[in-house]
Write a protein that binds this ligand. Sequence first.
Ligand SMILES: *Cc1c(COP(=O)(O)O)cnc(C)c1O
Length: 380
Amino acid sequence: MKQLPYGHQSIDEADIRAVVDVLHGDWLTQGPLVDEFEAALAARTGAKHAVAFNSGTAALHGACAAARLGDGDEVLTSGLSFSASANCARYVGAMPGFVDIDPSTLEATSDSFVSAAGDNTRGVVPVHFAGRPSDLSALAPLRERGIVVIEDAAHAIGAVGPHGPVGNCAMSDMACFSFHPVKTITTGEGGAVTTNDDELAHRLGAFRTHGIERRAPAEDPEAGGWYYEIDELGMNYRITDLQCALGVSQMTKLDSFLARRNEIAAEYRRLLADTDVELAAPAAEGQRHAYHLVVALLPEHASRRRVYDQMRAAGIGVQVHYVPIYWHPYYARLGFERGLCPEVERVYRRCLSLPVFPGVEDADVERVAATLLDAVAQAG
Ligand SMILES: *Cc1c(COP(=O)(O)O)cnc(C)c1O
């Protein structure tokens, strides 16, 4: 029986050659391929700067640090996301606040962030859930109040929203991407922040490398070319040239990956139309979904646990995205209670992500849909 995961990288011989070429050269880390990858990301998103990190989580941490979020600040995000969307606030000492979702698009909408923003809110982390571009226009009044907008675009490289490519930061301060193997393009582990702000880009670069500023104090004439200073605490969040070689090569295939992901999603939509399984909303007219995930919503009467087990037993690696972030014991200890976001919890009980990645074939889509409808009928 063919095992089908929900997500998988797509690596070809050109990718492999690109990585091996780096091994023949002088730079394993922080060499020319990092610059090349960042240039490709900036060109693709339309942002002025891209700063690559060694994970999407590190990118989110860097964005919160560069925005100078910290103690006493509230940072709002969606209750339905990967925990890194909220953890990034904790890394800098800020406290997340969780916003409920629209049950059809599965996103925390900009309007709901505006309603939830209070006196201590200093940051907002909207998530382009599943790769569906979120409309961030309504966040403008928050930005006028000095609230920083950091897009969690981990699912959305290549998506196109109402203001152009996700990551162009037309309506935000920074956008964060992930290049984990299940994401649209991969560097093994990796991430990036895009921004149009020179100062933020500078801080992101310093934060990635221990906070190092290459300069010598003017009052010390004996401080030579070796000298550097650390103004602010940074990390070692550097991505390697090996990873960026893979990233540059993967970027050349982004459009074909997205086209196939969209085809697969359309086929699921066709096969599941007029059944009691719903799919999360497509992108709005004229926009482009990146389909990191295809999220099915099972009918209330079916046991999701039984459907999940039956799909897994059939070799279909369905997954649940996500356990509500604030349910995790870490967040419960910080005082967040179950019931906080009713729609997040309702969706959590019904959702099941179906396999979607370029290697999924038409016959696989048919098998997944048929097995799913069977499982739902039996779990009723
Ligand atoms: C994958 C992901 C991240 C983190 O990315 P890593 O590269 O795995 O650290 C952050 N946010 C969301 C929504 C994600 O799906």
